[in-house]
Ligand binder design. Structure first.
Ligand SMILES: [Zn+2]
Length: 344
């Protein structure tokens, strides 16, 4: 580990060859024997390393146990078959931490899909970006001011009479010089035309010192939703920040919502995903057990192939020999549950 925050032996996990994270690998590693967790880590290597350094630092600064919670994410995994459509998937434990790339990916995709679904039927959707004048104020204070100003803007006559609803996303960047934070809001709004000059004046009125904003019509719903939802779960790209600055972001955003809805969108759940009831799925043996069995069992090999190639399996097959025997409750295949989300 190459950061001062990770040098402590407290945060040096016992890594087996089988489980070694691929962070320092320069060449493409062989994943054929990798655990489920390491397969996922491989897809998000840079983000994973940045998050690991962040949680080690937070753990050292009073958030005891958060590092190991992160390091335990997706370690317990088993195969499942959905008898309704033959889909083979892996259900695993989740850490529910905000900056965990293994947990945030599914949430980000859900937010992106739900945003695109609303945009595709919204009246004249536009992308409004609201910024604050650059200051050296602590990020936490700027964030409070930005959120309060946005609430006030929505009450302004110009806004309330012309906008029927929308979805907002908070994002923050570090200035190129590295000396100040640039918090801003991206908002998708539906409704009538909004003259930029009048809107800018209204924004200045509610902030007292800021008037810069941008508003443009949306031409591609898919592109716009993907662009704005990039950091919907983290507000920034932590791989671009030092550990110290990532900690500032994590502390400042603690217990803060990073996206939300208003007006006609108020009742929409941005993180809603198609529910797959775990109790209705056939729970099979663990990820590593099935992988080992695939060499000798035709059925295990078929399940493995179906999962690897994202192809449905014949649900009339008898899965008895692969069924998990432990009577403990089935792990949820959902990557996260909002009520359990940790705000770090
Ligand atoms: Zn996680």
């Amino acid at each position: 580990m190459d950061t001062p925050f990770c040098s402590s032996s407290v945060h040096t996990p016992s890594i087996s060859l089988h489980d070694a994270p691929p962070d320092n690998c320069q060449s493409e590693p062989d994943l054929s024997n990798a655990s489920y967790r390491n397969r996922l880590i491989h897809r998000h290597r840079r983000h994973y390393e940045a998050a690991r350094n962040l949680y080690a630092a937070l753990d050292d600064h009073g958030h005891s146990g958060i590092y190991w919670r992160f390091m335990d994410c997706r370690r317990s995994a088993h195969f499942c078959v959905d008898p309704s459509d033959g889909r083979v998937f892996v259900a695993a434990n989740s850490c529910h931490l905000r900056y965990c790339p293994l947990c945030s990916q599914a949430r980000k995709l859900a937010i992106e899909a739900n945003t695109a679904a609303w945009l595709s039927q919204a009246a004249y959707p536009k992308l409004l970006t609201l910024t604050l004048k650059h200051t050296t104020e602590p990020l936490k204070d700027q964030l409070t001011r930005l959120y309060q100003s946005f609430t006030k803007l929505r009450r302004q006559l110009l806004f309330s009479t012309n906008v029927t609803g929308g979805i907002w996303f908070f994002q923050v960047k570090r200035s190129p010089s590295g000396s100040t934070w640039h918090p801003h809001l991206h908002c998708f709004v539906a409704g009538n035309w909004l003259p930029q000059k009048a809107l800018s004046a209204a924004w200045h009125k509610v902030t007292g010192d800021s008037y810069i904003l941008d508003i443009k019509m949306i031409r591609s719903v898919k592109t716009a939703a993907a662009y704005v939802a990039r950091y919907a779960t983290t507000a920034c790209n932590i791989t671009e920040l030092s550990v110290e600055h990532a900690m500032t972001v994590a502390e400042s955003l603690y217990r803060r919502r990073l996206c939300g809805t208003f007006g006609e969108c108020r009742k929409r759940r941005l993180t809603a995903r198609p529910d797959r009831q775990p109790r209705d799925c056939i729970r099979l043996v663990s990820f590593s057990e099935l992988k080992a069995m695939a060499a000798t069992s035709q059925l295990a090999g078929l399940v493995w192939y179906s999962w690897l190639h994202n192809q449905p399996i014949d649900t009339s097959l008898d899965f008895t020999t692969l069924k998990f025997q432990d009577p403990q409750p089935l792990l949820s295949p959902r990557a996260d549950k909002p009520k359990q989300l940790y705000f770090y």
